[in-house]
Structures are given as structure tokens and as C-alpha cells.
Design a protein around this ligand. Structure first.
Ligand SMILES: Nc1ncnc2c1ncn2[C@@H]1O[C@H](COP(=O)(O)OP(=O)(O)OP(=O)(O)O)[C@@H](O)[C@H]1O
Ligand SMILES: [Mg+2]
Length: 403
């Protein structure tokens, strides 16, 4: 009885402790995967806003929290195994001594001795099995190793930066005989174009003609095969990392908003609260944010249950306004917006062109109309340039596109 009581009490104590820290460890694990999914989904924004150092810090924090809980859990786990084994062995030695003494005194016979030892051993073997079953927890080790591998992963494919420190760009973009392919598939073919500041330029063309690829080249995740992309007469690969960080910024059709507060999402571009509010006012989302019970501290959920797609888009737009970038790229931002939000976005774009180079990719004729210059792309080539009205009269491909 005493043995069973001590055994169960000590095992229960350690079990509870192991469970407590296992739960904490799982929570850190969940935080990891959550942040990882977000990072993978928002890769382009992360690069554009240079969020990587901040995200690294956050990952490091979760990593040390995870390791701490894992180590405490391990400690209790090892102590549980050792202490319970110690209790079992002490009691079995005690039992053997008592039984042998009783036999010498003639109180019990050999048959009773064998029987009691047999029962005790089989009880012990079951108890041992129970203890050893918790070995499965060791499998967590594998998960820890996998997470650590992912954390230590770094891409070798970064395109190198140069030394050019010129920071105050005008934002004149020029493609000179640019060729680009993904693996063996040629996407951009001998492209020549010039895009000017203080204008809205629309890139239009059928699906798969290479519009987003042009943005990818400007944002530098991909490099040209041949030809030059110049910004203010300087090749984009000659800019230093610091200088290029204030060159171009992008907003996508499905902008990536982190599952953090509105303020923290804006902090990635600028921590100046006054500027954040000003940017939100400019895109017409400030009143909505203020009406939320937690205002700018509202946590944005990824499933969008507390914010609509259009509102997300406007917050992403505000984040772009806060970045120092001269060149603003918008990839089909209005395609899933309702007409009212689209009107707001058009107002913002017109406002933005006053001190930026604005390029938008669009499939909407109403958006093409507001552009100062429309560049028509077919199969990786420029097949038309000019204003909507003129292209509509003269360009066959553009006419087909409108339909
Ligand atoms: N990362 C990639 N690797 C390989 N091929 C790609 C990659 N991204 C795009 N492509 C291919 O390159 C071509 C051009 O793609 P891109 O996304 O630039 O087109 P798009 O004009 O933006 O089309 P859409 O209007 O549908 O967005 C497509 O055929 C596409 O399948
Ligand atoms: Mg595209």
C-alpha cells in the first residue's frame, strides 16, 4: 500500500510537470509554425519592407522560449524516470530482505516466497512499461531538429548589391533590351520601355504575358538574363542595399497582413505614430480603425473575420505610403474590390503620383482610363504605348483586350 501510494504520488507529480511544460512547448511550436506560414505567404512584402531583421528577432524569441520549455520538460521527464525507478528498486530490495527473514524464521515457506516475488516482479514490469511509454515524448526531439533546420535555412540565391549610395531618386525607370527567363522559359523578350515619375503607368496584357515578372525584376527577387534596368540612369544592381530599400515598394492583389495589431503591421514601414495616422487618413481607413474597440491595437486575424479584403487592401496601401519608396508598384489591387473602395484607391493613386512613380498592373478598363501612360504587353513584348483613348483607336491587341 505504502509502495503504491509513494509510486503513484511521485509519478503523478512528475507527469503533471512534464505535461505542463509539454503544453508550453507546444504553444511555442504553434507560434513558430504560425509565424513561418505568415513569412512564407508574405515573402514579397517582407523583402520589400526589409522586415527580415525584425522577424528574425521575433523568431529568436520564440526559439528560446521553446528551448527553455523543452529543457524544463526534459528535466522533469528524466527525474520522473530516475526517481520512480529508485522507489521501485528500494521497495523490491526491502521486500526480498523481509521475505528471506520470514522464511528463515519459518513463518512462510518457499512456495509463498516464490509466489510473492513473482507477483511483485510482474507488477513492477507493468509499472516500468507505464513509465517507459512516455518515451514517445522523445519524438519531440525530431520536431525540434526539423524546426532548427528550417530556422537555419538561408537562401544562396540573393542577388548582390553594389556600392551606389545615391538615395534621392527621381524614379525614372528604363528597360534597355531586357531579356528574362524562368529556367528555360523565356518570359521577357528584348524589352525596351521608359516609365516616368509623376505619372500613373498601367501595364496591361493577357494573363501570363509577363506583367508580374516585370515587377519581380524591379523588386530584385529575379535578375535579368541580359540587358539593363536603369533607375535614374543607374543600373539597379549597382545600388547599395540601403539605397535600394528606398527605391521600390509593392502592393499585391492579396496584400499580406501579419496576424498582429494594425499598429505593428504599420510599424514595419514606419514607427512614427503621427505618420501612420496621416497615411491611414489619406487612404480613408482611419475612421474605420478608430471605430474599432481597440483602435490601432486591433489584432488582425488572417482569416479576415474582423476585417474585409478591401480594408486589408487599404491598410496595405497605407503601409506602402509610409515606406520611403519613390517607385510604387500595384499588382491588380482593385480586382477584388467593390466599386466604392476602388474609387478610394483611384483617389489615392492620383494623390500618390504627385511625388512618386506609380505603376499598376490592371485588367480593368476603368483603371486603364485613369493612367497617363498605358504599356501593352503581349507574350513578353511591348506591343503598344500611349494613352487609353489613342490605343483604343489604333491598337488591335488593345481593342481585343478591352473585350
Ligand atoms: N516563379 C516562376 N517560375 C516559373 N515560371 C513562372 C514563375 N512565375 C511566373 N511564371 C510563368 O511566367 C509567365 C508570366 O507570368 P507572370 O506572372 O509574369 O504573368 P502576368 O502577366 O502577371 O499574368 P496574370 O495577368 O495572370 O497575373 C507565365 O507563363 C507563368 O506561368
Ligand atoms: Mg500577374
Amino acid at each position: 500500500m505504502i509502495y503504491a501510494y509513494i509510486y503513484i504520488t511521485s509519478k503523478n507529480y512528475y507527469d503533471r510537470k512534464v505535461d505542463e511544460y509539454y503544453q508550453k512547448q507546444r504553444k511555442s511550436n504553434d507560434k513558430y509554425s504560425h509565424l513561418f506560414t505568415q513569412i512564407l505567404n508574405g515573402l514579397q512584402e517582407i523583402k520589400t519592407f526589409h522586415m527580415l531583421p525584425k522577424l528574425h528577432k521575433k523568431l529568436d524569441r520564440i526559439k528560446s522560449e521553446y528551448s527553455k520549455n523543452y529543457m524544463i520538460k526534459r528535466k522533469y521527464y528524466v527525474r520522473r524516470e530516475n526517481d520512480v525507478r529508485f522507489i521501485t528498486h528500494t521497495f523490491s530490495i526491502l521486500l526480498y530482505v523481509i521475505l528471506v527473514l520470514l522464511m528463515i524464521r519459518g513463518t512462510i515457506g518457499v512456495d509463498a516466497l516464490v509466489l510473492v516475488i513473482g507477483y511483485f516482479e510482474s507488477m513492477n514490469s507493468y509499472l516500468d512499461k507505464t513509465i517507459l511509454s512516455s518515451v514517445t515524448i522523445r519524438e519531440v526531439n525530431v520536431a525540434v531538429k526539423r524546426i532548427s533546420n528550417i530556422l537555419n535555412y538561408s537562401s544562396n540565391e540573393m542577388i548582390e548589391f553594389g556600392n551606389e549610395m545615391h538615395e534621392n531618386q527621381n524614379g525614372i525607370i528604363e528597360f534597355q533590351n531586357v531579356n528574362f527567363s524562368y529556367e528555360n522559359k523565356t518570359i521577357v523578350k528584348n524589352m525596351n520601355l521608359k516609365i516616368y515619375p509623376n505619372q500613373i503607368t498601367a501595364l496591361v496584357g493577357m494573363s501570363g504575358t509577363g506583367k508580374t515578372s516585370i515587377f519581380n525584376l524591379l523588386l530584385r527577387p529575379y535578375q535579368v538574363d541580359s540587358g539593363n534596368i536603369m533607375i535614374d540612369n543607374i543600373n539597379i544592381y549597382e545600388y547599395s542595399k540601403e539605397a535600394y530599400s528606398s527605391v521600390a515598394s509593392v502592393v499585391n492583389q492579396k496584400p499580406f497582413i501579419f496576424g498582429m495589431s494594425i499598429r505593428k503591421n504599420l510599424d514595419f514601414a514606419s514607427k512614427d505614430v503621427g505618420k501612420q495616422i496621416e497615411a491611414c487618413k489619406r487612404v480613408g481607413i482611419h475612421d474605420f480603425i478608430s471605430s474599432l474597440p481597440d483602435g490601432y491595437h486591433t489584432i488582425l486575424r488572417e482569416d479576415g473575420s474582423n476585417i474585409s479584403g478591401g480594408q486589408k487592401q487599404l491598410i496595405a496601401l497605407a503601409r506602402t505610403l509610409l515606406s520611403k519608396a519613390e517607385i510604387l508598384l500595384f499588382d491588380e489591387i482593385t480586382s477584388s474590390l467593390d466599386p466604392n473602395t476602388t474609387k478610394e484607391v483611384v483617389k489615392v493613386l492620383k494623390e500618390l503620383k504627385k511625388n512618386h512613380t506609380v505603376i499598376m498592373i490592371t485588367h480593368k478598363p476603368s483603371m486603364m482610363k485613369i493612367a497617363d501612360q498605358v504599356i501593352v504587353i503581349d507574350n513578353g513584348k511591348v506591343v503598344g504605348k500611349g494613352q487609353h483613348k489613342k490605343l483604343l483607336e489604333e491598337n488591335k491587341y488593345y481593342q481585343r483586350l478591352q473585350k
